[in-house]
Design a protein around this ligand. Structure first.
Ligand code: SF4
Length: 182
């Protein structure tokens, strides 16, 4: 299992790479790091500590920390949705901004549906079988960044290319017919 210290080091390195800072409020920071560790232990990946997860990788992919929405949120508001990552100005002023949810409604709704279905099943089967949340088809597509050639296989293109920082609009779809059943 990952330790909180490892989670902290990873977040610090990531912040440094992108010119960000971790939240200047120690209690808040500790809570986020604990939340990320708990989620990674539970799901196998570090889900955003401020959002509801479905527990299905493909549904949760956009909110694995650092999420798809971090860079546009920091650019627009000075902080990510949780306010774990902040820019220099916010870090120095210690005034954390309000950051609205950028994640699309349909993606949030899938997490609620999956969780409700899992809870119902768990209560009737008392953990005897593996929980199967709602059967939903995720149409994965192959996307490539026209600027740097980065290729990723997922439902939507990322908001920002993780390699060259090009915007979502720069991604183009490569024809693919594979579907993932979540
Ligand atoms: S909102 Fe912040 S803490 Fe949450 S996943 Fe995005 S980058 Fe991580």
């Amino acid at each position: 299992m990952i330790t909180v210290e490892e989670v902290r080091r990873r977040a610090e390195m990531d912040a440094k790479t992108y010119g960000y800072y971790l939240t200047p409020q120690p209690d808040l920071l500790q809570g986020f790091l604990d939340g990320l560790k708990t989620n990674e232990d539970r799901y196998g990946y570090p889900l955003c500590p401020c959002r509801l997860a479905s527990g299905i990788y493909e549904f949760d992919r956009d909110i694995i920390c650092p999420c798809d929405y971090r860079d546009p949120d920091v650019a627009q508001y000075g902080a990510c949705y949780c306010r774990l990552y902040v820019n220099k100005q916010v870090y120095e002023s210690q005034n954390l901004p309000e950051v609205p949810e950028r994640r699309p409604q349909d993606k949030q709704q899938r997490a609620y549906s999956a969780e409700t279905a899992a809870a119902k099943q768990a209560s009737t089967q008392a953990g005897q079988q593996k929980i199967q949340p709602t059967q939903t088809t995720v149409k994965k597509k192959l996307w490539y960044c026209k600027q740097c050639g980065y290729v990723v296989y997922r439902e939507d293109p990322p908001y920002i290319c993780p390699i060259c920082k090009a915007k979502r609009e720069v991604f183009a779809e490569i024809e693919s017919k594979v579907e993932f059943m979540g």
